[in-house]
Ligand binder design. Structure first.
Ligand SMILES: [Zn+2]
Length: 504
C-alpha cells in the first residue's frame, strides 16, 4: 500500500494569556517530506506510523507534520499556511491507498472551533475516497463531525499517554482492511455534559473506565475501538467535555449501544473524579508524613501550573511553599525563566547571584522568588527522554541552570532549583540527571505537571501528591467561565441529571 502520513497536533487552552494567548506559526515545530521519517522508533503517534508501515512493507509518503505545546488559540493565518502545505503535499503525492494523520482532538483556530473536522474534511476532498485514520489524545473534545469525516479515530487509552505509539501502529495495521472494504467502520460519538479535572488512568475512577473500554473491545470482535475521551476542560468551545467514542465494523447500532453503556457508567461515577483541593502547604505536610513513614523520594506536582496544559511554567506557589518549609534534601525541576537562566550563564558556575525567579508572567501563578542563589551547574538543556511515554524523543530546554538557594557559600546543603529557557512540563528524571541531581537520593521532589510525570516517576517515588493552587490548570475546573460551551455542564450545574442517548 501507498500510505501518506502527516499531522497537525495542538491542545488549545483558550484561557491562556499572552505571550501564549495566541499560537503563531513560529510556535510549531514541524517537518516536511523525508524529515517525518526521523520519528522512527519514537514513542509517538508519528513514530508508530513510521515503524508499523515499514514493518509491513508499505510505501510511506511523508507529507507535513506540525505540533506546538499546549497554548492559546491558533492564529488563522498560521493554520491556513500549515493546512495548505499538508494539502499541497497530499495533492502532489500521486495515487494513495490511505492516509494517517496524527491530531489531538482539542485544536481550536481563530474562527474554527473544531480544527480536526476542518482539516480532515479538507484532506478528504483532496485525496478522495480512500480511508483516513487518525489517532487522538484522550483530552480531545470530540465532536460528531469528527466521527463523520474521519473514517477511523483511535484515542489513547492511557494517561500518562504511554500508548500513543501503540495507537499509531494500530492505525496503520487497520488500514489495509479499511482500504479493501473488509472493515467498514461505523462510529458513535456520545458527548457527555461533563467537565473533568485531569484524571490519571493509574488510579480510579479513570482506570476502571479504561478497563471497561478495553473489555468492550475484547468482548465482541465487531467492536474495533472503544475510547473514553476525558475532554480538555481548559478549552471553551461548544464541544468541551468528556465523550465516549466507539467504532464497530459495519454495525452503527452496536456502536451506539456500547458507547451509551460506557457513558452511563462514567456518568454514575462522576463524583469520584472530583477530589479535595490540596494546597501546597497541605501537600507538604502530607509529604513529610510519607517521608517519615515510608521514606522518599516523595514527589509533589504543581498541577495548577502545568505547561503541558498551556500555563506559563514560571509559577511559584509550590516552589515558595517548599522554600518556606525549609525542606531538607529537596529539589525542584523546573521553572521556565530565560532571564534567570541567562543571568546564571553570564555569571558562571561557582558564582552567587541575586535572582528574581519566576512569577513574571502574571499575578495568578505566584510572586517571584527573591533570593541569593549559587550557580551549581550550567547546561544546554538538551537530553533524551527515557520515560515510557516519550522514550527516545529529544528534549531541548535551551540554556539551563541548577541554582542552589539557601545553601552555604559553596552551594551545599541548600535547595536545588533547575531553571530553563523553554517552557515544558516535567516528564522524567532526565532533566535532573542532566544537572547532576540523582532524584533517587532525594527526599522531596517538586515539579510542574498534572499527570504525565507519573510515567517517569511512579517507579521511583514512594508517593505522588498533587499540590493545587490558583493557576490556569487548577483542578478546580468550575473557576473558569464557559460561555461558549454547550450547557448545562456538570459540575458547573451540580444538580444536572443526564442519561446517554440510545438511538442511532
Ligand atoms: Zn493529553
Amino acid at each position: 500500500m501507498r500510505i501518506a502520513i502527516g499531522g497537525l497536533e495542538h491542545e488549545t487552552n483558550t484561557y491562556a494569556t499572552e505571550p501564549m494567548g495566541t499560537t503563531g506559526r513560529s510556535h510549531f515545530q514541524s517537518g516536511s517530506g523525508e524529515e517525518l521519517l526521523n520519528a522512527r522508533g519514537q514513542r509517538t503517534f508519528l513514530g508508530g506510523f513510521v515503524d508499523a508501515a515499514e514493518a509491513a512493507g508499505h510505501e510511506i509518503v511523508p507529507t507535513f507534520w506540525a505540533m506546538a505545546g499546549p497554548s492559546g488559540i491558533i492564529e488563522a493565518g498560521a493554520y491556513a499556511e500549515m493546512k495548505q502545505e499538508l494539502l499541497e503535499r497530499l495533492a502532489a503525492a500521486g495515487p494513495l491507498d490511505g492516509v494517517a494523520l496524527s491530531m489531538h482532538g482539542a485544536g481550536v483556530v481563530e474562527g474554527i472551533e473544531d480544527l480536526e473536522s476542518d482539516l480532515a474534511a479538507a484532506v478528504k476532498e483532496v485525496v478522495g475516497d480512500i480511508p483516513l485514520v487518525v489517532p487522538l489524545d484522550l483530552h480531545g473534545n470530540i465532536t460528531p463531525e469528527m466521527g463523520e469525516v474521519i473514517d477511523l479515530m483511535l484515542g489513547v487509552h492511557e494517561y500518562p499517554h504511554t500508548d500513543s505509539y501503540d495507537r499509531g501502529v494500530e492505525c496503520i495495521e487497520l488500514l489495509p482492511d479499511l482500504a479493501s472494504g473488509a472493515t467498514r467502520p461505523t462510529t458513535a460519538v456520545v458527548q457527555m455534559p461533563l467537565l473533568l479535572p485531569t484524571s490519571t488512568t493509574d488510579i480510579q475512577p479513570a482506570a476502571g473506565i479504561r478497563d471497561r473500554c478495553l473489555a468492550a473491545e475484547a468482548a465482541d470482535e465487531r467492536v474495533i475501538d472503544a475510547t473514553f475521551f476525558h475532554g480538555f476542560p481548559y478549552t471553551d468551545v461548544a464541544a468541551t467535555g468528556a465523550s465516549i467514542v466507539v467504532t464497530t465494523n459495519n454495525d452503527p447500532a452496536l456502536a451506539q449501544q456500547v458507547a451509551a453503556e460506557i457513558a452511563a457508567e462514567v456518568w454514575a461515577s462522576r463524583q469520584e473524579f472530583l477530589s479535595e483541593a490540596t494546597p501546597p502547604n497541605v501537600a507538604i505536610d502530607l509529604a513529610r508524613r510519607v517521608l517519615s513513614e515510608q521514606g522518599g523520594p516523595v514527589v509533589m506536582n504543581d498541577t495548577a501550573d502545568n505547561p503541558g496544559g498551556g500555563t506559563p511554567g514560571d509559577g511559584t506557589h509550590l516552589l515558595l511553599a517548599m522554600l518556606d518549609a525549609e525542606l531538607e534534601n529537596a529539589c525542584f525541576g523546573f521553572v521556565f525563566d530565560p532571564a534567570v537562566a541567562t543571568q546564571a550563564h553570564e555569571a558562571g558556575t561557582g558564582a552567587t547571584i541575586q535572582v528574581r525567579l519566576g512569577g513574571r508572567h502574571d499575578d495568578l501563578h505566584g510572586a517571584p522568588v527573591e533570593a541569593s542563589a549559587y550557580v551549581k551547574t550550567l547546561t544546554d538543556g538538551r537530553f533524551i527522554y527515557t520515560n515510557q511515554m516519550l522514550a527516545g524523543v529529544r528534549a531541548s530546554y535551551g540554556p539551563s541552570a541548577r541554582l542552589v538557594i539557601g545553601g552555604d557559600r559553596r552551594g551545599e546543603n541548600g535547595f536545588d532549583v533547575i531553571v530553563t529557557s523553554r517552557r515544558s512540563q516535567t516528564f522524567d528524571r532526565e532533566v535532573f540527571l542532566l544537572h547532576g541531581i540523582d532524584v533517587n537520593t532525594r527526599s522531596f521532589i517538586g515539579l510542574k505537571s498534572s499527570q504525565h510525570f507519573r510515567a517517569g516517576f511512579r517507579d521511583l517515588a514512594t508517593a505522588m501528591i498533587a499540590a493545587d493552587s490558583p493557576g490556569l490548570t487548577t483542578r478546580e475546573v468550575t473557576v473558569f467561565e464557559h460561555p461558549s460551551a454547550n450547557r448545562p455542564l456538570w459540575p458547573l450545574e451540580p444538580d444536572l441529571e443526564w442519561s446517554p442517548p440510545t438511538n442511532t
